[in-house]
Design a protein around this ligand. Structure first.
Ligand code: FAD
Ligand code: N01
Length: 547
């Protein structure tokens, strides 16, 4: 398509390589994007900070890490052979198995030869004259590519809050999203964990079973539904595999791109009398998983309806947790589901153990970290190990960690100073030929992310083929299309209860981050819109022919 031979720059300077597309990140998004574009004859280079594939599953190796979308669904659907040959062992597979799967995919499709590992992209600049991206890495690579595809992940930039004295702690410290590759043994140790989000809720029961003592520092209690994880029944697997394509297709029509195995109820919560409602919640609670929130169609749009589900979970917490004060502290008072709901195995039960202490840091925040431990409310909790389960600078963090500059040298940071602005979550005005996989403004984190990733990869692939066929040099979203899209994303969110919590969906977990609801709610209408845009010759984009 374009010049793609290696060219040597001035003597002494780095060799500059030319590609059709540079992809940043080798998680599930970058891996599939590479496969798809390479098969279509594009010359592609992937850059990955880590020394292996898998992204999320490469970095998040904390005890208890596993998926919360069932494995038969949380896996690629693009290759019938792949989905037939891979054997998941559990309903929700653990991190080691998911990472093995990512490595299997890399081997099966011979992906590694086009991935530069241990290589972080530091800058990406659009050269307006050449109509190409110039990409630089921390290894000194300088690469020119017609297209720059950001597969940097929504949850890949770890958030390590700036607690006073944070680095003075004398024991070992960990972040769940940057866990060591060697096994960590907490036997005989006094362990502290800050945070009670999905990561902590998975890790706490496992660490408590090993450590001498576990102190949990909780700012906001979270709703959590039992995962009811179990080994997969071979008959059930065979049944799914007999029509895997059918399951993928049914899931594609679901609001979050998964869950057709136990569909949501179309009815509204307040239509049912209390007894019927309770038995509905009970059935879904016993089944486990996200289907709990599918109990009624209006749980995320009607506060009173939501309260019936929230109240049901609080009752379960009071039933499970022996000490009433601890149960009270563990009971959330916000809307259920407006933060990403957690799935657990024995989370609330863990607080009945003698070696677990829950400390409320909502009213009395962590004052400081000392060489010996954590101080809050004037009390020092002495620890041997301290875990930060403090989450991520979600959706924009990894993108803004790169010095991205578009037309006129404008930085992405500047462009997004009041929050991310995109068209379709795929593209942003002023940054031609740059695509984001599961970018802000797309359903991404509100879906089975592998489904969303596949949809974006196919769309980008089709778009690049179209440009090649028509001999077009650039594609760029137009300002009106972007403005309308941003308004649309906000308008959809405002019809729901999502914006009511201090969630990372809104950027509220990062001090100073602009507060904008970042993902788009609703997968099927989004797919329809993307398809219509492509079918209409890329409506809302300006296409420019080669010079
Ligand atoms: P990632 O997997 O995050 O990969 C991005 C990659 O880009 C990383 O490897 C990173 O090192 C690399 N990168 C970033 N910046 C640069 C740079 N500047 N230079 C070079 N490389 C860079 N989603 C679900 O749908 N279901 C689940 O069950 C689920 N479970 C999850 C569990 C955990 C613990 C976490 C943290 C997230 C989970 N998610 C889940 C979301 C998950 O992130 C996605 O499902 C999916 O793995 C994202 O893939 P990705 O390739 O887009 O991003
Ligand atoms: O991060 P989080 P996570 N002082 O942001 C607390 C996916 N995921 O890594 O709620 C004290 O949810 C913070 O408190 P608060 C999933 O999408 C999936 O757990 O802000 N506490 C919160 O309790 C998930 O949503 C799985 O008040 C501070 C915690 O740290 C996303 O990744 C597993 C603090 C952070 O929770 C992120 O989950 C794991 C401070 N200064 C992750 N700063 C599955 O189950 C933050 N906190 C598949």
């Amino acid at each position: 398509m374009t010049v793609s031979e290696v060219r040597r720059a001035a003597p002494g300077a780095q060799e500059e390589q030319h590609f059709d597309a540079a992809i940043v990140g080798a998680g599930f998004a970058g891996m599939y994007m590479l496969h798809r574009l390479r098969n279509a004859g594009f010359r592609v280079r992937v850059f990955e900070t880590g020394d292996g594939v898998g992204g999320t599953w490469y970095w998040n190796r904390y005890p208890g890490a596993r998926c919360d979308v069932e494995s038969m669904e949380y896996s690629y659907g693009f290759s019938e052979e792949l989905q037939q040959e891979w054997e998941w062992t559990e309903r929700y597979s653990g991190q080691p198995e998911i990472l093995r799967y990512a490595n299997h995919v890399a081997d099966r499709f011979d992906l590694r030869r086009d991935i530069a590992f241990n290589t972080r992209v530091t800058s990406a600049r659009f050269d307006e004259e050449a109509k190409r991206w110039r990409i630089e890495t921390d290894k000194g690579d300088v690469v020119s590519a017609q297209f720059c595809i950001m597969a940097t992940g929504c949850l890949s930039s770890a958030n390590l809050p700036d607690f006073p004295g944070r680095d003075s702690f004398a024991g070992d410290t960990y972040h769940t999203g940057r866990w060591p590759h060697e096994p960590v043994d907490f036997t005989g140790k006094r362990v502290g964990i800050i945070g009670t989000g999905s990561s902590a809720i998975q890790a706490i029961p496992v660490i408590a079973a090993q450590a001498k003592h576990l102190t949990v520092f909780q700012r906001t209690p979270n709703y959590s539904i039992p995962a009811r994880n179990e080994p997969l029944d071979p008959n059930r697997v065979a049944e799914i595999k007999a029509d895997y394509a059918g399951l993928r297709e049914r899931n594609y029509r679901m609001p979050a791109g998964f869950g057709s195995m136990m569909p949501s109820n179309d009815g509204t919560a307040l239509e049912d009398d209390a007894e019927v409602r309770r038995s509905n919640y009970e059935e879904r609670w016993e089944r486990g998983g996200f289907t709990f929130l599918g109990a009624y169609a209006d749980l995320l749009s009607n506060r009173e309806a939501n309260e019936t589900a929230a109240g049901f979970v609080r009752e379960r917490i009071r039933e499970i947790v022996g000490d009433p004060k601890t149960a009270e502290l563990l009971s959330p008072d916000n809307v259920i589901g407006c933060k990403r709901p957690c799935l657990d195995t024995n989370y609330f039960e863990t607080y009945n153990r003698d070696n677990v202490t829950l400390v409320n840091v909502r009213d009395n925040p962590v004052e400081r970290i000392t060489p010996k431990g954590v101080v809050t409310d004037g009390q020092e909790y002495e620890l041997d190990s301290l875990i930060f389960a403090t989450g991520f600078d979600a959706m924009t963090g990894a993108l803004l960690n790169i010095d991205v500059r578009g037309r006129g040298g404008q930085t992405l940071d500047d462009k997004w100073s009041a929050g991310p602005r995109t068209y379709l979550g795929l593209s942003t005005v002023g940054f031609p030929n740059m695509f984001m996989i599961s970018g802000p403004g797309s359903p991404s984190v509100l879906t089975n992310m592998i489904t969303s990733i596949e949809q974006h990869v196919v769309w980008i692939h089709d778009c690049l083929e179209y440009l090649r066929e028509k001999r077009l040099a650039t594609i760029e979203a137009t300002p009106p299309a972007e403005d309308d899209w941003v308004d649309h994303v906000n308008a959809v969110a405002d019809l729901t209860l999502y914006p009511t919590c201090n969630s990372w969906y809104l950027g509220k977990n990062i001090p100073g981050k602009p507060q904008v609801f970042m993902p788009l709610i609703g997968f099927p209408p989004y797919v329809e819109k993307c398809d219509a845009v492509a079918a209409g010759g890329y409506e809302g984009f300006e296409l420019d022919s080669a010079p």
